[in-house]
Ligand binder design. Structure first.
Ligand code: PGA
Length: 239
């Protein structure tokens, strides 16, 4: 197990550090296959990438997950969030963002296609991840098998409650999503896990130093050979 842990003084500094790792990967490979996450945590990273006018024009992006049931044009979709926070301001064509087809009639076929799309692109070289208060990565909620692949999942109550800040009320948060599975995430070459704030301290410690168990999906990262964790001081408090 190789987990490199960086503790940054605050979320802004954590974002700058994460952006530097992404820029470095792009310098080595302008055609980087980059897995992108949404939520509150990666915002500072995307702001910094936009501020530094990073060149993503040859990169290929894959979403970590996507809500089911929102209109495709809804800005609260994960695609819409990446478009608003990262690719739009950088002038990157929407076609460079790969996402599972959550509107497909045959959703399981669409999930299998997403797995194949990732493989056809040569695999995700660098995958950004947040961690949920309940230990989820992507929308792999507690109990998710470490063998899981891209699939339809039901969101946990804590996830709906935490994400209601993006939707106005818990009742407006989609109940389901398609997420890369844990095995999908573990296929990426390099995992970059970001965690900010005191609410993540306990679960980050459990994920990185506790037993590897589906009860804490992020603990699967201990099984990967190349993980970088960037936590702000509050999230790192229990490490
Ligand atoms: P957050 O979510 O960045 O909004 O805290 C993290 C996650 O659910 O992965």
């Amino acid at each position: 197990m190789t987990i490199e842990i960086h503790v940054a003084p605050d979320a802004g500094a954590a974002g700058r550090l994460a952006a530097e790792i992404i820029r470095d990967a792009l310098r080595k490979d302008p055609g980087l296959v980059l897995g992108v996450a949404t939520g509150g945590t990666p915002r500072c990273t995307y702001e910094e990438l936009v501020r530094s006018a990073v060149d993503l024009s040859s990169a290929t992006l894959f979403l970590l997950d996507e809500y089911v049931g929102l209109d495709g044009a809804d800005p609260r979709t994960c695609r819409g969030t990446i478009r608003a926070q990262l690719t739009g301001p950088l002038g990157i064509d929407d076609e460079r963002i790969n996402a599972p087809d959550v509107d497909a009639v045959d959703l399981s076929a669409a999930c299998a296609r997403y797995e194949a799309d990732i493989d056809d692109a040569g695999g995700i070289a660098l995958q950004l991840l947040g961690i949920g208060r309940n230990g989820h990565i992507g929308f792999n909620e507690p109990g998710s098998s470490f063998e899981s692949l891209t699939r339809l999942v039901q969101l946990a109550d804590t996830t709906i409650s935490d994400n209601s800040r993006f939707f106005g009320s818990p009742a407006d948060v989609p109940t389901h999503a398609v997420t890369q599975g844990i095995a999908t995430v573990l296929r990426a070459g390099h995992l970059l896990l970001l965690a900010n704030g005191a609410s993540k301290a306990e679960v980050l410690s459990a994920a990185l130093t506790g037993p590897t168990t589906p009860d804490v999906p992020a603990s699967a990262l201990q099984l990967h050979g190349h993980v970088t964790v960037i936590a702000d001081a509050e999230a790192a408090a229990r490490l």
